[in-house]
Design a protein around this ligand. Structure first.
Ligand SMILES: C[S@@+](CC[C@H](N)C(=O)[O-])C[C@H]1O[C@@H](n2cnc3c(N)ncnc32)[C@H](O)[C@@H]1O
Length: 159
């Protein structure tokens, strides 16, 4: 399993699942502040850029990553993810999922990401097209989640 940030999310997953091992992967300046102490050697911390190379894992979790980037940049990130996935590997995207017809709140979130950092929020069809461009397939959308204030959804993809 592979997750980014400083590792708070990965830590919770590993604490709740003692049989799992995980890799924290993010930029050097981020992983140097990781919070992954006390996990008995079940975690590896790797620094790098997902535009270049990713550590291999049977589950890649990208939480609040793709909505930071344009379709063109996401295609590169997903291509690197695909290279890091074994044949039976899975990818879990955790992001907002725009519901059609789009309401004002959804449009606001989308516009906010565009103006702030050149990113965007996406519908299921847009995620599916992104995956296809990288040789991946949208398998399922896991919903609802218990995320009322910040409505994150889980989008699963495979080779
Ligand atoms: C919105 S944050 C999400 C962090 C974490 N996944 C979470 O949900 O809290 C986006 C993350 O992408 C990381 N990031 C940005 N560019 C990156 C790159 N080229 N390679 C790897 N990680 C990158 C940032 O350092 C940051 O931790």
């Amino acid at each position: 399993m592979w997750v980014g940030g400083t590792g708070a999310f990965l830590k919770r997953i590993l604490e709740a699942n003692p049989h799992l091992r995980g890799t924290l992967y993010d930029m050097p300046s981020v992983v140097e502040n990781h919070v992954l102490g006390g996990l008995d050697g079940r975690v590896e911390v790797v620094a790098g850029s997902f535009f270049e190379r990713l550590p291999s894992a049977d589950l890649l979790i990208l939480k609040a990553i793709l909505h930071d980037w344009s379709d063109e940049n996401c295609a590169v990130i997903l291509a690197r993810c695909r290279e890091a996935m074994p044949p039976a590997g899975l990818m879990l995207i955790i992001d907002r999922l725009l519901q059609e017809p789009l309401d004002v709140t959804s449009l606001f979130y989308d516009l906010h990401m565009l103006v702030q950092i050149g990113g965007r929020e996406r519908t299921a069809a847009e995620f599916s097209a992104l995956f296809e461009s990288a040789g991946l397939r949208l398998q399922r959308i896991i919903t609802p989640t218990e995320s009322p204030l910040f409505p994150l959804r889980l989008v699963e993809a495979s080779l």
